[in-house]
Design a protein around this ligand. Structure first.
Ligand SMILES: *[C@@H]1O[C@H](CO)[C@@H](O)[C@H](O)[C@H]1NC(C)=O
Ligand SMILES: *[C@@H]1O[C@H](CO)[C@@H](O)[C@H](O)[C@H]1NC(C)=O
Ligand SMILES: *[C@@H]1O[C@H](CO)[C@@H](O)[C@H](O)[C@H]1NC(C)=O
Ligand SMILES: *[C@@H]1O[C@H](CO)[C@@H](O)[C@H](O)[C@H]1NC(C)=O
Ligand SMILES: *[C@@H]1O[C@H](CO)[C@@H](O)[C@H](O)[C@H]1NC(C)=O
Ligand SMILES: *[C@@H]1O[C@H](CO)[C@@H](O)[C@H](O)[C@H]1NC(C)=O
Length: 436
């Protein structure tokens, strides 16, 4: 071999490794009527586009299998296998009792849960290929496959009730071992982390980056990974008070220490922000909660402070429009590059200089219907018996970059990316076929 051909060979090997990215992406669309967020992935062979509800609080994924399941790569999971055991399955079945893909004489059972209605059913677990586009953080590339992706295959059509049209199941992205992110990371030895950018625009989707710490480029050439600040992910010792759920929660809890409105600390019983030994209190993030829900005590203090601090803006308060409690005549509200002009709400974390700042685009909700045009404060009263005192919902996460870093047990957050001159709908979805 000449020196030249060795160099060429090395370059080819090098470029092979350069382009075999372990980073993936998936678009996430929003249905504004329900604020359900839908991730688009591919399952089966050949790859079938599949839309699933994106749920930060679900452990594993499930897909509706009431139509003929056609794929050349699916496999059943024997109930006696170590995989079934590590899935925490509590039941076995067979094809007579539970026919369908993934059934065998000894089939592993997983109970899929509809994240919206909380209905559940018994279903076979199986593995099949999951395919997603590779990414360099700028564009999608070719599809790459994660073989042996584990999910549950529901044979009950009614389990889809409550999900928006075209959605055929749920993608689970909590902190457990069989979440979409953990399975990608375990298969490819990539970082167990994902970065979520939910679109606040009805016309174009946002996305999730999987297995990459960045860059995350958005038009015009803005790398949002540079704007992240971090707060630890906390554990919650008890998922629920119900006997069958007496194990740690795999949801994303963060350590809020205070709330500020217009820079001033809101006065309420701060012990509500601590997670107690029974799993009560604290703050978590939820993509199946449309608007942030607060314990009544916090809700009252926050809305009073917001109304009081807003008095300098000369707004006219109107009859509240349900489900909201504080609304202003839209004619009085100025538009800014960060949405409607509104006093800021800061979620303060482990220290005074680590806070998630919420501007008008995330705090306010526009409601236009016959004879009504108002901006309402987009937070809801969750009652005095809320298990988790503060549940940060979808509207407050839109146009924010959130990096869920399971390897380092921390959440990276950017606050509104509108402040950095871009938005989550600004990712360039043109496929670069040279990638991956
Ligand atoms: C499903 O498969 C069965 C048997 O192969 C066939 O009879 C039936 O028509 C198929 N149904 C659909 C909806 O494709
Ligand atoms: C299932 O069990 C029955 C009865 O024991 C047996 O006849 C059959 O061959 C088994 N099928 C498979 C796929 O193992
Ligand atoms: C998750 O996986 C890790 C490493 O594979 C293992 O140590 C841990 O016990 C698993 N957790 C559960 C709840 O199965
Ligand atoms: C209401 O706002 C005024 C002026 O900003 C402030 O001095 C006062 O402390 C506020 N009261 C409450 C209850 O927040
Ligand atoms: C609010 O109204 C007062 C009195 O009319 C006026 O002096 C002040 O400039 C107004 N403030 C804003 C923010 O428009
Ligand atoms: C989007 O990406 C494609 C492929 O890399 C590129 O040709 C195009 O110029 C990009 N568009 C914008 C607006 O940056």
């Amino acid at each position: 071999m000449s020196l030249k051909s060795i160099t060429l060979f090395l370059c080819l090997v090098y470029s092979f490794f350069e382009t075999s990215f372990s980073a993936y992406l998936a678009p996430i669309a929003v249905d504004f009527a329900t604020r359900q967020y839908t991730i688009s992935i591919y399952i089966k062979t050949p790859p079938q586009p599949t839309n699933l509800l994106f749920d930060l609080g679900a452990s594993f994924s499930w897909v509706d299998c009431t139509h003929n399941y056609s794929s050349s790569t699916y496999k059943s999971i024997p109930c006696s296998s170590s995989l079934c055991n590590s899935l925490g399955s509590h039941a076995c079945s067979n094809c007579f009792r539970l026919p369908g893909p993934g059934c065998s004489n000894d089939s592993c059972i997983l109970f899929p849960v509809n994240s919206v209605t909380r209905r559940s059913t018994m279903a076979n677990a199986l593995t099949d290929w999951l395919s997603l586009p590779h990414t360099d953080g700028r564009n999608p590339g070719q599809l790459g496959a994660i073989p042996e992706f584990v999910f549950s295959c529901s044979k009950k059509k009614s389990l889809l009730k409550g999900l928006v049209k075209g959605v055929v199941g749920v993608a689970g992205l909590d902190r457990s071992n069989f979440s979409l992110s953990a399975q990608i990371s375990n298969t490819l030895s990539s970082p167990n982390l994902f970065a979520l950018c939910l679109s606040g625009s009805p016309s174009a989707p946002g996305l999730v980056f999987l297995g990459t710490r960045g860059p995350y480029y958005f038009y015009p050439q803005i790398d949002l990974s540079k704007y992240l600040i971090y707060t630890p992910l906390l554990s919650n010792p008890l998922r629920s008070s119900l006997e069958i759920y007496r194990y740690p929660s795999a949801e994303y809890f963060i350590g809020l220490t205070s709330i500020k409105v217009n820079g001033k600390v809101v006065q309420f019983d701060l012990t509500l922000l601590n997670i107690d030994a029974n799993g009560f209190g604290g703050t978590k993030l939820s993509t199946v909660t449309p608007y942030t829900m607060l314990h009544s005590t916090i809700f009252k203090a926050l809305t009073n402070a917001f109304v009081n601090e807003s008095s300098a803006l000369n707004l006219t308060m109107t009859e509240p429009v349900k489900p909201f409690s504080v609304c202003y005549n839209a004619d009085d509200v100025r538009d800014t590059s960060l949405g409607p002009a509104a006093v800021t709400i800061d979620l303060v974390m482990q220290s005074d200089d680590v806070f998630w700042r919420i501007f008008g685009s995330n705090s306010m909700v526009r409601i236009v219907r016959e004879g009504i045009d108002v901006w309402c404060l987009g937070f809801l009263d969750g009652g005095a018996n809320m298990r988790t005192a503060l549940v940060i919902g979808g509207h407050q996460m839109e146009d924010n970059l959130l990096q869920f870093d399971l390897d380092n047990n921390r959440l990276g957050f950017s606050s509104s990316v509108l402040a950095h001159g871009t938005m989550c709908a600004n990712f360039n979805f043109t496929t670069n076929s040279n990638l991956g």
